[in-house]
Design a protein around this ligand. Structure first.
Ligand code: SF4
Length: 522
């Protein structure tokens, strides 16, 4: 079992830090399609730079390492209880080594177990088979994209598409709608797994199961193959683009599976996965516990090269130029404390680079600040929606191992009030926020900055020092970290004049969705 534990540790580390070859190829193809000088091209350049950095640093591609989910097929005489124990040990060690973020929290108290172990975490699903080896697969699917999963019960009425009936066309409409409703919030460009049939829980299981298929495979079911091809050919016409910035690439993969259902129910379940599609698998010898082979690693590899970093900078500059940034074609530098006057000069589309102090804050901090004083003076300051991966060195100093943005919309009920209460001028996150925050930005003089979701290594490198931490009782991801940053790049997507890029893209993609209303499959 010692060797098996070691093999599981390798699987976890490799999955968290290196994207599989099929995913890399899909990202490369998307990058080649995107027009240079757009915000989407800039995002994709930052993403590929980030993939390269994660490769080099053997660090998490994204700070949200999700809910580790294992699917394991075992010969009939394999001891599943012992294997489970070995996986728990491997998970705890990978967390201690900063390869996984401590992500397991008590659902009632919010207490973080600190080692990714706890009731229901990790998920391990065993299945017996007649073969003589162990097939162990792992997916690390973060919360941002998990929250964009959706389930439809047919027949139903869909925004933009009308009636979706109990047939292939109804299913097609649900899938197109699922891409539209995700917008950029699941860190598009994404991959979807679709499950047709089953009940509410087995339908979602089937959808997630599809994410374990290779992105390059061809569906043996003729109807489903046509459906997959249709979605891939048309979803990108919605114009949502990378990070929801608008653009050519919204979807990188679509896999559909089917199972029987009972006559009264007809579910279509969609599992949405971000571009940071971390899933790998190994063939393990049941006698020795050693890895004999890796899955998803056949075909050409895309080794994002050294020039990615340079290209990301070029794309940032090109994007500034193309969008006519307020600062005459140069990214605008912001340093806290920021004045209201500075904020009022910013407009949607401006690219900013932050240098100086910022404070992290996500769900627990926002809830806390509603009813309590802040532990630091937040007047004119920048709040970063981020739950970083942190490691303490032997001298007790903290280091950031991964620090991309988290989904901001969760803070919608609090954000505007907190900005006004403490005088916060800028909020950084991903996916945008809603009308309440937009109104507060206008009223108070604030701005929302969209960072590139999943670019956890890129942003970790921008952090030059960790100057302190408050509210550690909320756990590492939820604490308020005081970060000193340099050249932290983000795009203004909601300004103090009532403009929201997110609102605009959602509106235009809804109009485009309507073109898919008419039946396609006879
Ligand atoms: S890339 Fe985005 S959606 Fe995916 S895990 Fe990271 S933060 Fe979550």
């Amino acid at each position: 079992m010692e060797k098996f534990q070691e093999s599981m540790y390798k699987l976890i580390v490799e999955t968290s830090t290196k994207l599989p070859k099929d995913v890399r190829r899909a990202i490369k193809a998307a990058k080649e399609q995107e027009n240079a000088g757009t915000r989407s091209a800039m995002s994709l350049a930052t993403i590929t730079n980030n993939i390269k950095m994660a490769d080099d640093n053997v660090s998490p591609i994204c700070q949200d390492t999700g809910l580790p989910t294992f699917k394991i097929k075992v010969p009939v005489d394999a001891n599943q209880l012992e294997m489970k124990k070995a996986i728990y040990e491997a998970i705890a060690l990978a967390t201690k080594d900063g390869k996984l973020r401590p992500n397991s929290v008590d659902s009632l108290t919010g207490e973080n177990s600190g080692d990714n172990l706890g009731g229901g975490t990790p998920v391990i699903k065993f299945e017996q088979w007649e073969k003589d080896y162990i097939d162990a697969r792992l997916i690390l699917k973060g919360g941002g994209c998990e929250n964009k999963n959706i389930q439809y019960s047919l027949p139903c009425e869909l925004e933009g598409l009308g009636r979706a009936g109990r047939d292939l066309d109804g299913i097609r409409k649900c899938i197109m709608h699922s891409v539209y409703q995700a917008q950029g919030q699941g860190c598009s460009a994404g991959f979807i797994g679709v499950g047709i049939g089953g009940d509410r829980s087995s339908g979602y299981d089937l959808a997630k199961e599809q994410l374990f298929r290779s992105n390059d495979d061809v569906n043996p079911n003729e109807d489903l193959r046509k459906l997959e091809e249709y979605v891939m050919a048309n979803a990108n016409k919605l114009g949502i683009g990378t990070m929801g910035f608008g653009g050519e690439t919204t979807l990188l993969g679509c896999k559909v599976g089917v199972m029987n259902r009972i006559p009264a129910s007809f579910f279509v379940s969609v599992a949405y996965n971000c571009w940071a599609f971390r899933r790998l698998g190994v063939n393990v010898n049941p006698e020795t516990g050693e890895i004999q082979d890796w899955f998803y690693q056949e075909g050409e590899n895309v080794d994002f090269a050294e020039q990615e970093k340079k290209q990301a900078e070029v794309e940032i500059a090109a994007s500034v130029e193309a969008t006519g940034s307020s600062s005459n074609q140069e990214a605008i530098t912001l340093t806290a404390p920021i004045t209201e006057e500075q904020i009022r000069q910013l407009k949607v589309g401006d690219v900013v680079k932050i240098t100086g102090r910022m404070y992290t804050g996500r769900d627990a901090i926002h809830k806390y600040l509603m009813d309590n004083d802040a532990p630091v003076d937040l007047n004119g300051q920048v709040i970063y929606h981020c739950g970083p991966v942190m490691l303490k060195d032997g001298e007790g100093n903290w280091h950031v191992k991964a620090a991309g943005p988290t989904t901001s919309i969760r803070e919608e009920p609090y954000q505007g009030d907190i900005m006004k209460k403490f005088g916060i001028r800028a909020v950084i996150g991903k996916g945008g926020m809603g009308p309440k925050t937009l109104a507060a930005l206008k009223d108070h003089g604030g701005v929302y900055l969209n960072a590139i979701g999943g670019a956890a290594q890129y942003y970790a490198e921008c952090v030059k020092s960790v100057d302190g931490v408050d509210l550690m009782n909320f756990g590492i991801p939820e604490a308020m970290w005081h970060l000193q940053v340099e050249g932290f790049t983000a795009v203004v997507t909601m300004d103090s004049h009532g403009n929201s890029l997110h609102e605009d893209v959602e509106k235009s993609s809804l109009e485009k969705l309507a073109q898919f209303k008419e039946p396609v499959f006879k």
